[in-house]
Design a binder for this molecule. Structure first.
Ligand SMILES: *[C@@H]1O[C@H](CO)[C@@H](O)[C@H](O)[C@H]1NC(C)=O
Ligand SMILES: *[C@@H]1O[C@H](CO)[C@@H](O)[C@H](O)[C@H]1NC(C)=O
Ligand SMILES: *[C@@H]1O[C@H](CO)[C@@H](O)[C@H](O)[C@H]1NC(C)=O
Ligand SMILES: *[C@@H]1O[C@H](CO)[C@@H](O)[C@H](O)[C@H]1NC(C)=O
Ligand SMILES: *[C@@H]1O[C@H](CO)[C@@H](O)[C@H](O)[C@H]1NC(C)=O
Ligand SMILES: *[C@@H]1O[C@H](CO)[C@@H](O)[C@H](O)[C@H]1NC(C)=O
Ligand SMILES: *[C@@H]1O[C@H](CO)[C@@H](O)[C@H](O)[C@H]1NC(C)=O
Length: 730
């Protein structure tokens, strides 16, 4: 089977400068690449994908918010719509993210204010399943109330159109369509907020303080809403289930008391023509700086809300076509569904991180780019950032600069970041891998002196709070050469768990530091970090076995936790897998994070030959990988599994990697709404599917791609900056 490469005719060529990017035509529907993007993939069954309208890396993300699986706002789970909002994240786990200041349209029975439904639970209404339209830059659905909504976005503003049917007005009764604004977010994390309504124009200004969905601290969010399309009937504010036309502002709404979350906001009612339907346009400017800024964003980007909708939608579509244009395929026998998995995966890698340049309330970036929603790097370093390096190196370079600027102002490279807050670190200091990956791939525009300083900072200095940056246990790492089980660490504080997964990740992080050190000519440092990168071996317990269902499948030697004094502790190698129980930061914290010893046993991407010989050689390694994938131990729904699909390569069996890929695509990654095996985690799963279909899987941080037969006849990459072309052909 080692002659595999001889039947696979795979060609990588680097052609000379010149050929223009393929024309993903705007006009020709049959050739329009956007026909293969389905934003609803991953919109249910835990994918948590943002299904609404956004520009590439856009801050404004408009969608309907539901009361079901609403981590990304909307879900095709058939739950009820509670509002329409313009800030979201995509694919994340844990608490739902953002969804600030939702609007909600309704008719109030008998046109009476006291009959309107204000609190979320009262107003929630089902959408019609067959009414959902999700396209790049556009989202629409119809509510069972008969009101339809559609939306599109610019970078910092959203444009909503609410279509109220003729409804009660046609039968002669008075009807004043209402749109309320709720001073809340998806998970009711508001700490306090304020709102002002202009009685003459209906303009609503609001601000509020909210909690990040997976991080520390609070953030402020601002909104500016202008309505058009119908005369104002009246305006006012509401608190819990009461409302009135006076006053026109709530100067300060606190959180409420204990479980009594105070619900409040403002409303505008419109006059409807006696005989017909009416469309009310809502232009929503968003900002993290001020309401003034939110209004400016809206006015600048959507100057004519009544007439701009189609032009803005077309501009968004064009932006997506341009971003996807470095890639083209000759599909061969690949189905339309597989092409949809491919293009939709690529599309999702550009939903987040979000480009918030100019919207940073924390420091003046002095011209440096500012990105947010690195959510989380533990997920995205493996495939998403390496993919962006190929298809959008300019954006990837700007993201790296933003990470470095964050290091400069906050003291540490983040491992996770959302809503301008520090997110929780899951494992190692994996921004190190992102930097090393950019380095070995010659990404331009990066200050490598600053980058190296940030890397060494991760490797040498322990932060007081290593739950949101850097590494914990560095004293032990340097003196004992592993992260001890139940370490004593009076220097810094974090969740004192994950000693095994942190050890293997810190080891690889040090390898990445060594890579950049070597490249910059810091040879003594490079030797030192290379030596530290071998620390993983210190947790290898050569006689450890693993029992499953009471029987021993015969694999000997696994990572195990180890006390400070060198004595072994114990964690069942199958713990934290689907065969045992779930482990995370706060739920069942263990010595491995969100994955088992079995899975982390393969995570030595820089020393695969040593790992393989440690595990007994090529054949035992291969059968161990097979058992891992066949037994239910492999967790396809989480990112640490990615590399294991391709690691047969290192034992000389790329054919088995190819077979393994085909056992997971399309069975676990497909074009259905539930077509992701887990949270997309920004675009991590999308990037995995993309690379797997191309037949090139990156070992992030190294200039290494593991090659398998592509699913297409041909995939062509044109470097979007230089115009150089690379061809991958089966
Ligand atoms: C809408 O879709 C959801 C999710 O698939 C399903 O549970 C619900 O029954 C559907 N509703 C109707 C009216 O078909
Ligand atoms: C709003 O809440 C935040 C977070 O709890 C707090 O820091 C801030 O002082 C509050 N604002 C006011 C005006 O009380
Ligand atoms: C928030 O809005 C209130 C009411 O308009 C205003 O008084 C307050 O200054 C605003 N706060 C910020 C930080 O913009
Ligand atoms: C990066 O640049 C160096 C020096 O010019 C070159 O040797 C190396 O091959 C380049 N790497 C890639 C991935 O282009
Ligand atoms: C090492 O430390 C562990 C945990 O404190 C203890 O249970 C064990 O007995 C110690 N081993 C030795 C050899 O002292
Ligand atoms: C363990 O036992 C369960 C229940 O009998 C079975 O479904 C599963 O396949 C077994 N797993 C392994 C790895 O043998
Ligand atoms: C599509 O993927 C999902 C998620 O992995 C999986 O549950 C489902 O069975 C797959 N569907 C098909 C038809 O393979």
């Amino acid at each position: 089977m080692r002659s595999y490469l001889s039947w696979l005719f795979l060609l990588w060529t680097v052609l000379a400068q010149g050929s223009p990017p393929p024309d993903h035509s705007d006009n020709d529907k049959d050739n329009d690449i956007l026909q293969f993007v389905d934003p609803l993939i991953g919109s249910t069954d835990g994918g948590n994908v943002f299904a609404g309208a956004s520009l590439p890396y856009g801050m404004a993300k408009a969608v309907a918010d539901v009361d079901g699986q609403n981590t990304g706002g909307f879900s095709t789970d058939g739950s009820k719509v509670t509002g329409f909002s313009a800030l979201h994240d995509s694919g994340t786990g844990g608490n739902p993210s953002l969804g600030n200041f939702p609007l909600f349209p309704q008719f109030c029975p008998e046109d009476r204010l006291d009959h309107c439904r204000f609190p979320k639970a009262n107003r929630a209404v089902h959408y019609r399943n067959d009414s959902v339209v999700a396209r790049p830059g556009y989202f629409a659905l119809g509510l069972e109330s008969g009101i339809n909504a559609e939306m599109t976005t610019t970078a910092h503003a959203a444009l909503f159109r609410f279509h109220f049917p003729a409804g009660p007005a046609a039968s002669g009764a008075a009807a004043s369509p209402m749109i309320l604004l709720d001073l809340t977010d998806l998970w009711d994390s508001r700490q306090n907020a304020s709102i002002d309504i202009d009685a003459a124009t209906g303009r609503i200004l609001a601000n509020g303080t909210f909690l990040p969905s997976f991080g520390a601290g609070t953030y402020k969010s601002y909104v500016c809403v202008d309505f058009a399309g119908a005369p104002i009937h009246d305006t006012g504010v509401w608190v819990n289930d009461g409302a009135d036309t006076e006053p026109k502002r709530l100067a300060f709404i606190p959180r409420g008391f204990n479980n009594f979350y105070l619900q409040a906001g403002g409303f505008v009612r419109f006059s409807q023509p006696p005989t017909g339907p009416v469309t009310v346009t809502a232009r929503v400017g968003v900002s993290y700086i001020s309401t003034q800024r939110a209004c400016d964003n809206a006015r600048r980007e959507i100057p004519h809300p009544l007439t701009d909708f189609n032009a803005i939608r077309r501009r968004a579509e064009h932006a997506w076509r341009r971003k996807l244009s470095p890639v083209s395929v000759v599909p061969g026998r690949a189905s339309r569904a597989l092409q949809t998995v491919f293009w939709s995966g690529l599309y999702r890698t550009m939903l987040a991180p979000q480009d918030l340049t100019g919207e940073n309330p924390l420091w003046d970036s002095e011209g440096e780019p500012y990105f947010d929603s690195f959510y989380c790097i533990w997920d995205s370093f493996r495939a998403q950032h390496p993919l962006l390096t190929i298809v959008d190196p300019e954006a990837q370079s700007r993201m790296v600069r933003s990470l470095l600027d964050t290091y400069r102002h906050e003291g540490w490279l983040p491992d996770c970041r959302m809503s301008h807050c520090k997110g929780w670190t899951q494992g190692g200091s994996n921004a190190d891998v992102v930097l090393a990956d950019a380095f070995v791939k010659n990404l331009t525009g990066i200050d490598w002196t600053l980058a190296y300083e940030a890397l060494v900072n991760d490797a040498e200095n322990e932060p007081l709070e290593w739950s949101t940056g850097g590494r914990g246990g560095l004293a032990s790492w340097k003196s004992r050469h592993y992260i001890p089980y139940r370490d004593f660490d009076p220097v810094g504080f974090g969740t004192n768990s994950r000693s095994i997964s942190r050890t293997v990740e810190y080891a690889y992080n040090d390898f990445c530091v060594a890579t950049v050190a070597r490249g910059l000519g810091h040879h003594a440092d490079a030797d030192k970090y290379l030596q530290r990168s071998a620390n993983w071996i210190n947790l290898f317990k050569a006689d450890q076995t693993s029992t499953i269902n009471g029987s021993d499948p015969g694999f000997v030697g696994f990572f195990q936790p180890r006390y400070r004094n060198g004595t072994w502790g114990y964690q069942d190698p199958i713990a934290c897998s689907a065969l045992a129980s779930w482990c995370s930061l706060t739920s069942n914290p263990s010595e491995t994070f969100e994955s088992s010893v079995w899975e982390y046993q393969f995570y030595v991407p820089h020393s695969m030959q040593t790992l393989i010989s440690t595990l007994g050689g090529d054949a035992p390694f291969t059968s161990r990988l097979d058992f891992f994938h066949d037994s239910g131990l492999a967790d396809l729904g989480n990112e640490p599994v990615f590399l294991t699909v391709f690691q047969y390569h290192y034992a000389g069996r790329p054919d088995l990697s190819a077979a393994r890929v085909r056992s997971y695509i399309p069975s676990r990654f497909n074009a259905s709404h539930g077509g992701l095996p887990g949270n997309d985690d920004s675009g991590a799963m999308g990037a995995f599917a993309f690379f797997a279909l191309v037949g090139l899987f990156p070992s992030a941080g190294q200039n290494v791609y593991l090659i398998t037969p592509p699913f297409f006849d041909e995939v062509r990459f044109v470097h979007p900056v230089t115009g150089k072309e690379e061809l991958d052909r089966a």
